[in-house]
Write a protein that binds this ligand. Structure first.
Ligand SMILES: [Zn+2]
Length: 197
C-alpha cells in the first residue's frame, strides 16, 4: 500500500527530527504523497525516535484510513489539505520544537534579513518573510477550514500553530526536511535574538 522507499524515508526523517528534539513524547507527524488518491502518514501515538516503516499507513485525501482499523495521526486533515491545495507538495513534516512552541505564543513571526531565507527559494536575504501563526484548535476539521482561505490567498513558507508547533513541506521527504531544518534554524535564531534584547 505504502511504497517501501517512502515509508523508509519518512521513518528516517522522524528519527532525525527526534535527534533534534523537535518531537517530544509522541508529538509530531510526517507524511508523503503516494499518488492522486492516497497519502502515506504516521500512525497515531508513535514515538518518532522509534519510527519504522511499519508505522507508516495509507490514508485517502479525506483523511480516512485505506485499511480499516488503523488510526492515522490526529492532525491528518492538515496534511491532506496541503496536498489537495498545492500539487507540487510531495511531503509534509510537523514537529513541536521549543522555539516553535514558545515563539508562536507571541503571534505571527517575521524573519528579516536572514541569509538562510534563501533555502526557501528567495534570491536575496534582504526581505521580511512572515511565518503565520494560527490559533490552536483540537477540532482539526475546524482548524483546517479556518486555515484554508488564508494559505490559499497567500501561500507561506510554512506555518505555526500557537503554543503547538510548526508545519513545513517540500517536493520530497528530503526537501521537506531541509525546509523544516531551515525553519527551525530561523525560529531558534529569533528566540535567541529576542532573549538577548
Ligand atoms: Zn501537533
Amino acid at each position: 500500500m505504502v511504497p517501501s522507499e517512502l515509508a523508509n524515508a519518512l521513518a528516517e526523517a522522524g528519527q532525525r527530527m527526534d535527534r533534534h528534539g523537535w518531537v517530544p513524547g509522541s508529538a509530531g507527524n510526517l507524511s508523503a504523497r503516494i499518488d492522486d488518491t492516497t497519502i502515506a502518514i504516521t500512525r497515531s501515538g508513535v514515538h518518532k525516535g522509534r519510527l519504522t516503516a511499519a508505522d507508516i499507513m495509507a490514508v485517502n485525501y479525506d483523511g480516512s484510513a485505506v485499511t480499516p482499523g488503523t488510526k492515522p495521526s490526529a492532525e491528518t486533515l492538515l496534511h491532506c489539505q496541503l496536498y489537495r491545495l498545492f500539487p507540487p507538495i510531495g511531503a509534509v513534516l510537523h514537529g513541536h520544537s521549543v522555539a516553535a512552541t514558545v515563539l508562536s505564543m507571541q503571534g505571527a513571526i517575521t524573519f528579516s534579513n536572514y541569509e538562510i531565507l534563501k533555502a526557501f527559494g528567495f534570491s536575496t536575504h534582504e526581505l521580511d518573510v512572515i511565518l503565520p501563526v494560527y490559533e490552536n484548535d483540537q477540532d482539526i476539521a475546524r482548524l483546517a477550514a479556518y486555515i484554508e482561505p488564508l494559505i490559499t490567498r497567500d501561500p507561506p513558507i510554512g506555518y505555526a500553530i500557537a503554543g503547538h508547533g510548526v508545519y513545513a513541506w517540500g517536493t520530497s521527504v528530503e526537501h521537506a526536511f531541509w525546509r523544516l531544518e531551515a525553519l527551525e534554524f530561523l525560529l531558534q535564531c529569533e528566540l535567541e535574538r529576542r532573549r538577548s534584547k
